[in-house]
Design a protein around this ligand. Structure first.
Ligand SMILES: Nc1ncnc2c1ncn2[C@@H]1O[C@H](COP(=O)(O)OP(=O)(O)OP(=O)(O)O)[C@@H](O)[C@H]1O
Length: 295
């Protein structure tokens, strides 16, 4: 992986009270400016890892580092961490608590003691980024699930974090909602935010991420997403299936069938051991059409 680490765990271990170790001896770095997908089985420790990175949980052993400095868990250290790293939890109802969307999104910046004008500017910017300006005065409990998800993300974006961490942000969204969210995340990345996402969706990870972190009972392996998702043993250990574009490409090659159209598929592709595979719905459609035409 390239880019210097913004936030990293060094030899980190953690167990919930009275329980077995969930993570032990984990070295895990989030490189600046990259998009990183965290993948693993149910109960594999993804949420725990994200909470350790954002300071919601404290390492039982090892260290958390921000921009090369150890994080101290006193008020000053945690404020420094939360200004740089924001976690959006899986269920928006665990995150939203204010009466209206605007109030909720303004909570973080207000808590930083920023001037009112600055708070207003940040709220506006976050609502625009998530395309929910029209919902500013709406009571949060009257929003749809997808709208609540976006309101929760806006609250984190308003903190202008260097690293935005999202725990299964696409879960429960319809395909259109997923596409909109991916577009939002791409916009944030282009504007310089490092984005980390826990997901079970290997196809989404292949398409969206630069890098992947795969959790197995043996530890966490990180690397370029197309490299890790091509490693069958690793996927089995993490109880993940193969991304289907890669599985089809591998089958075609195994049967001596021609690779689908050469070059980069529409909407972008990823170079894998089985050629450049499409990642977007348009790319997959074009790939299928090409194969059908060639019989
Ligand atoms: N608050 C808690 N108290 C005790 N044990 C917990 C708690 N939260 C999680 N665990 C346990 O820690 C382990 C890791 O859970 P975690 O939620 O981090 O996994 P996950 O990979 O995010 O799972 P999923 O994909 O199902 O969301 C599991 O065995 C789980 O039962």
């Amino acid at each position: 992986m390239t880019g210097s680490p913004v936030v990293e765990l060094v030899g980190a271990g953690f167990a919930y009270e009275g329980g077995p170790a969930v993570l032990s001896g984990v070295d895990f770095a989030v490189p600046e400016g990259r998009s990183l997908a965290v993948l693993g089985r149910n109960g594999g420790g993804k949420t725990t890892l994200l909470r350790l990175l954002s300071g919601g949980l404290r390492c039982a052993s090892g260290r958390l580092r921000l921009a090369g400095e150890d994080v101290t868990y006193d008020r000053r250290g945690l404020t420094r961490l939360r200004t740089a790293v924001q976690l959006v939890v899986q269920d928006p109802d665990d995150q939203l608590f204010a009466a209206s969307v605007g109030q909720d999104v303004s909570f973080g910046p207000m808590n930083l003691g920023l001037p009112e004008e600055e708070v207003r500017a940040r709220v506006r910017e976050a609502l625009e980024a998530l395309d929910i300006v029209a919902l500013e005065d709406r009571p949060t409990h009257l929003l749809s699930y997808g709208q609540r998800k976006r309101a929760a993300i806006a609250g984190a974006v308003a903190m202008r974090p260097r690293v935005l961490i999202l725990d299964e942000p696409t879960a429960g969204l319809d395909p259109h909602g997923q596409e909109r969210l991916l577009a939002v995340l791409e916009g944030l990345r282009v504007s310089g935010t490092t984005v980390v996402m826990a997901t079970h969706d290997v196809d989404l990870a292949l398409r969206w991420a630069d890098d992947a972190a795969v959790l197995t009972p043996d530890g966490v392996r990180t690397g370029p997403v197309e490299e890790l998702l091509a490693d069958g043993e690793l996927l089995d250990a993490a109880r993940l299936r193969r991304p289907w574009a890669m599985a089809v490409a591998r089958l075609l090659r195994a049967h001596g069938l021609p690779d689908p159209g050469a070059g980069t598929p529409p909407g972008g592709g990823k170079a894998t051991p089985w050629g450049t595979v499409p990642c977007t719905p348009e790319g997959l459609d074009a790939w299928g059409a090409d194969l059908a035409q060639r019989g």
